[in-house]
Design a protein around this ligand. Structure first.
Ligand code: SAH
Ligand code: AVI
Length: 343
């Protein structure tokens, strides 16, 4: 990973060597399982983040524009009701949605600080630079880190009411038990007056969902195969990404999308840094992502399991996407909620 280059930007990087070990351990676990799989957080090197930005512009990919429209409609009300002046954005991405919330805070006269946290160094650096330039009065403190492991590096609240945002449906990229664990750790960032703002893609016509993950321009396929480029570069592996087909389908029973990469022929892959040889039979699949779809009840149950309660629910007219506001459960203080810690 390149060193952070702009001394004027306040960005803490918690990744580098230890992160390479995390990828190595994930690859070692994931590629030696009977059904091979890799975690979706490894999609997001600079190229993966750029491809995700392109996905957000695709006609078939409705979540981004729908959530943005909901936020544009509701941001002023959310800020007025909560009094929020600080935004902690987990898995921040390009920060378009943050701007909507920050503008509302500026309009309400509460705006103090923005803390984008993302595994992608380019994403955090670009966001920190752009927002420092565009908002004179804003304190921007970027964190390059993993929100599963580094939440204890989010700077402590400085007096302003805090909104912790996890948008885009990213929470759906975790399987149900892990998802509740992640939400529990995030709850540990909230004081009694603070709120979680959570974006979740909703259960709907499977054809609409499947089209969003099988776009006609092939951008999602390239995003999917980028994972193999990441493993090749970071772990000296010799995957031939062109030998793997993109597969994405909606699992109606679990109500989630699965993305996989299917070997088009037998492949023998060497992961040099792990001294590991992995065999793929023709047609064998590697799971690269799940993307869970939600009902309001599922959101409420996951929040409750994490020591939170639903405080507001915003959706679009077609009920494609849901944005919820959640508060720490009365009586569940930091001592009883799952604590924020690094393993
Ligand atoms: N929030 C944006 C981006 C969503 S894409 C939006 O709503 O459009 C998911 C983002 O989360 C990517 O920028 C990716 O780098 C980041 N991400 C994924 N897993 C992460 C993790 N475990 N810790 C920190 N960031 C993560
Ligand atoms: C970031 N995450 C919520 C996206 C999703 O829809 O699950 C990632 C993505 N995968 C394929 N297209 C977009």
């Amino acid at each position: 990973m390149e060193p952070l280059s702009d001394p004027l930007i306040n960005v803490d990087s918690l990744l580098s060597r230890s992160e390479e070990r995390t990828l190595a351990n994930d690859v070692l676990d994931g590629l030696t399982k009977p059904f091979k799989e890799l975690a979706p957080k490894h999609f997001y090197d600079a190229r993966g983040s750029e491809l995700f930005e392109q996905i957000c512009e695709l006609p078939e990919y409705y979540p981004t524009r729908t959530e943005l429209a909901i936020l544009r409609q509701r941001a002023a009300e959310i800020v007025l009701d909560t009094g929020a002046g600080e935004l902690v954005e987990l898995g921040a991405g390009a920060s378009d949605k943050a701007r909507v919330l920050l503008d509302a805070m500026r309009g309400a006269g509460t705006l103090r600080r923005y803390i984008p946290l993302d595994v992608s160094q380019t994403v955090v650096q670009d966001a920190a630079r752009a927002l420092r330039d565009d908002y004179d009065d804003l304190d921007v403190h970027g964190v390059v880190g993993d929100f599963e492991r580094h939440l204890d590096h989010v700077p402590p609240a400085d007096g302003a009411v805090r909104l912790v945002a996890l948008l885009g449906g990213t929470i759906g990229n975790f399987p149900p038990g892990t998802r509740r664990g992640v939400l529990g750790k995030i709850a540990g960032l909230l004081g009694p007056a603070d709120r979680l703002l959570l974006g979740t893609d909703l259960v709907k016509d499977p054809q609409v969902i499947e089209a969003a993950y099988n776009d006609s321009a092939g951008v999602t396929a390239e995003f999917n195969r980028n994972l193999l480029h990441v493993v090749n570069r970071e772990l000296d592996a010799d995957f031939r990404p062109e030998s793997f087909d993109h597969v994405a389908f909606y699992d109606r029973r679990n109500e989630w999308v699965e993305m996989r990469l299917r070997a088009t022929r037998p492949c023998s892959v060497l992961i040099g840094d792990l001294d590991l040889r992995v065999e793929f039979a023709a047609g064998e699949e590697l799971r690269t992502e799940i993307s869970a779809k939600f009902t309001p009840e599922r959101v409420a149950a996951d929040l409750e399991a994490a020591g939170l309660e639903l405080d507001g629910w915003f959706t679009d007219d077609d009920e494609l996407f849901g944005v919820s506001l959640a508060r720490p459960l009365a009586g569940a203080d930091a001592a009883t909620r799952p604590s924020v810690s690094s393993p």
